[in-house]
Design a protein around this ligand. Structure first.
Ligand code: FDA
Length: 503
């Protein structure tokens, strides 16, 4: 068999990957993590590791010539985007025909760019989505384990009520209440105590300096500070960065042989390596893990993979929308970039919605109330392998998002009616558009648990091959997904280490 041999390889360094590596390391298994993005720990010329949201440079984006911010316009003017040099930046927008998917690139995956909202799903909906998973075990053991290892914490409600930084959220809460809608505080991995000190002016600002989608320079406990730091601390785990896994082949002795491209941060190919392992854990995310398996199935390197690979994909019902407030209802020139409240209407049988009250930290008064609505959309997409481009293509149409838009509209029509307000049409591109239905932050599915894998993420058709990330979840989970991805990975890896690795 070829290549350098390591007992276990983990592809990616996001949530599923980080959980797997930590637990393998604790079990004494030498484990190599391969991450296509950079390690984000060196300050750039401005003294900061990450570039800011309002002044993005090449560090912001994964090999683009212009940034592609989700809120691309304001009064239809493209104010937020900048021309940049192609670089291994931290946020990628993967553009398929009718859906764009934002993902994090770097050691920590999505944890580097996300809003840190750490939400445990409602148990009844978890049971509906993953009925074959023992919910008592999840809610008794694995969700608590995920929440504590991720260092999830809660905002001090007293501070929330008085700080100018959450005026935007209080305004939205009041307007929701007028429509009879309740809100709930959303836990986070951003250190709320640090944020208070930012407000007091005693520490460098991050959430209070509009940092989030291109990385937080302070305050956020991303995976490199939680799971991955612990994994490295076992002494058994190593991480290779700017290493992208391209192909996976099973060898005669049952080990897996990977071809891996090592590049520099400008994208120049430095080496193509062969690495082999006995146990292979795919944590490259919904897009990444699904693409690796589709390529392997379609090019014949893993011909026995199930036809279920590629199926069951969904954007977690993500729809962004914004309302225009009256002049007497400003949302504030100071807005924390970390959301703290959600409108919870998930029990509405007609159109369940959980809507994050999102900031729009533009540094000037916008009178905008922005929301990321998570809706329950039964539509699913499918990844197919495009041989000519050697990549996974997503079969998903805009019309498939119509149920999600309808649910978000039903809720915000109520809010608008109760407050005599209207939608904003200028924020999501050049055309008149009140609902952003063409991008998502929460890609889920592609290698669904119990379909493309067994009930613990073991890939059907092959031994010692596992999927550990968001691709296991069938398209929807009703809340922001990373706590569920983490807890499910904890459950699965515990079983796999006991039954497969330590046997
Ligand atoms: P994840 O995508 O985190 O990690 C995959 C890693 O694998 C990446 O680092 C990638 O570079 C790497 N990789 C991919 N292919 C590879 C290959 N072939 N070789 C080597 N490496 C490869 N969720 C939430 O719960 N609360 C929130 O507030 C938010 N907010 C939010 C904002 C934004 C802007 C985004 C983009 C996303 C969110 N999310 C979120 C979503 C959340 O970040 C997401 O669900 C998880 O990061 C997914 O975790 P995974 O483990 O599936 O993969």
């Amino acid at each position: 068999s070829g290549g350098t041999f390591v007992p276990a390889v983990v592809v990616g360094t996001g949530y599923g990957a980080a959980v797997s590596a930590l637990r393998l390391g604790e079990a004494g298994v030498p484990t190599l993590m391969l991450e296509m993005g950079r390690l984000w720990n060196q300050p750039g010329p401005d003294g900061k590791v990450f570039s800011g949201m309002l002044t993005p440079d090449k560090r912001s984006s994964w090999f683009k010539t212009r940034t592609e911010a989700p809120l691309g316009s304001f009064l239809w003017l493209d104010l937020a985007n900048r021309d940049i040099e192609p670089y291994a930046g931290v946020l990628d927008r993967v553009n398929f025909d009718q859906m764009s998917v934002y993902v994090g690139r770097g050691v920590g995956g999505g944890s580097l760019v996300n809003g840190g909202m750490a939400v445990t799903p409602r148990r009844s909906y978890f049971e509906e989505v993953l009925p074959q998973v023992d919910a008592a075990e999840m809610y008794g053991t694995y969700f608590p384990r995920a929440n504590s290892t991720l260092r999830v914490n809660n905002i001090d409600p007293g501070w929330f009520e008085r700080t100018e930084w959450y005026q935007f959220a209080r305004v939205s809460r009041e307007q929701a209440a007028k429509a009879g809608l309740g809100t709930t505080f959303v836990p986070n991995v951003y250190d709320w105590d640090y944020m208070r000190r930012e407000a007091d002016g005693t520490v460098p600002r991050s959430a209070l300096d509009a940092e989030v989608i291109y990385g937080n320079n302070h305050g956020k406990v991303s995976l490199d500070k939680s799971y991955l730091a612990a994994a490295l601390g076992t002494g058994k785990v190593t991480i290779e960065t700017l290493h992208q896994v391209r192909t996976i082949r099973r060898q005669q002795d049952g080990t897996y042989l990977l071809t891996v491209e090592q590049k520099d941060a400008e994208g120049t190919l430095l080496a193509t390596k062969e690495i082999s392992c006995r146990h292979l854990f795919l944590g490259a995310g919904s897009l990444g893990s699904t693409e690796l398996l589709l390529r392997a199935r379609e090019t014949g390197t893993l011909p026995d993979l199930s036809s279920e690979i590629g199926g069951g994909w969904g954007p977690n019902g993500n729809i962004m929308t914004a309302r225009a407030n009256h002049m007497w209802n400003p949302t504030g020139t100071k807005q924390s970039s970390i959301p703290a409240l959600g409108i919870d209407d998930w029990d509405n049988p007609d159109a369940p919605v959980f809507a994050e009250i999102a900031p729009m930290p533009a540094g000037l008064e916008t009178w905008v109330s922005l929301y990321l609505a998570i809706t329950k959309n039964p539509q699913r997409g499918t990844f197919v392998y495009d041989a000519a481009k050697d990549r996974a293509d997503l079969r998903w149409t805009r019309e498939q998002n119509a149920p999600a838009v309808a649910a978000a509209k039903a809720l915000f029509d109520r809010v608008n009616k109760a407050n005599t307000t209207i939608y904003r049409y200028d924020l999501f591109g050049k055309q008149l558009k009140a609902f952003a239905d063409d991008f998502c932050y929460h890609p889920l599915g592609g290698c669904v648990l119990g379909k493309a894998t067994d009930n613990y993420g073991r890939v059907s058709g092959y031994e010692n091959l596992y999927v550990t990330d968001g691709s296991l979840i069938p398209g929807s989970i009703g809340v922001n997904p990373f706590v569920t991805i983490t807890a499910l990975a904890e459950r699965n890896v515990e079983r796999v280490i006991k039954e497969d690795v330590k046997k």
